[in-house]
Design a protein around this ligand. Structure first.
Ligand code: SF4
Length: 193
């Protein structure tokens, strides 16, 4: 059924109230029944699953989560209504935890782009870790400051530590400890991008 813009606005204007809105939708050819029938056939996500109580990994609020597992695979993560902290609620970031563990786009290999190169190479994780350690040590050694203005500072201003949104609490804790022990001053973590 074709509806002109004018007819659509007229239907919308007269469709105050659920009944009228439904009548307007049907008049527009949007029968809700086929959609409802299709939705009813779909398996409810936590159906036939083992429910595992957990805690959102992202921030120190520690909201409770329920992880639904079917055939040893996570199929859903949602707020745990039994949590005394969050009572079933999750912020948008916590509500998206599922994609942290189940995500076909997740990078699982170390990629390296050499200086002046135009392509990425896949490397062993051990190789990548060694390379990072070498470069951090070299940069630190070459840019170490014992004293500044007659005061002992023991730091380097040539390194910075920036945590990402998918770093969890424990990772951020360890990363900040490591950076401070190396004498890094610029330490930041953004939690929401
Ligand atoms: S990131 Fe959001 S859901 Fe997770 S613990 Fe913090 S406030 Fe709660």
């Amino acid at each position: 059924m074709g509806v002109s813009r004018r007819e659509f606005l007229k239907l919308a204007a007269t469709g105050s109230g659920a009944g009228l809105a439904l009548a307007g939708s049907v008049a527009l050819g949007m029968d809700p029944e086929p959609v409802a029938a299709k939705t009813r056939q779909q398996k409810w996500k936590p159906e036939d699953t083992k429910q595992v109580p957990s805690v959102c990994p992202y921030c120190a609020v520690g909201c409770g989560q329920l992880v639904s597992v079917r055939d040893n695979k996570i199929v859903n993560i949602e707020g745990n209504p039994d949590s005394p902290i969050s009572r079933g609620h999750l912020c948008p970031k916590g509500a998206a935890t599922f994609q942290l563990v189940v995500n076909p786009k997740r990078q699982t290999k170390a990629l390296y782009r050499a200086p002046n190169s135009d392509h990425w190479e896949t490397k062993d994780l051990d190789w990548a870790m060694d390379r990072i350690a070498e470069r951090v040590k070299k940069t630190r050694d070459e840019n170490w400051t014992d004293t500044r203005d007659g005061k002992r500072v023991n730091h380097t201003l040539a390194l910075a530590s920036l945590g990402g949104a998918t770093n969890d609490n424990e990772w951020n804790y360890v990363q900040a400890k490591l950076a401070r022990s190396l004498g890094v001053v610029w330490i930041e973590n953004q939690a929401r991008i």
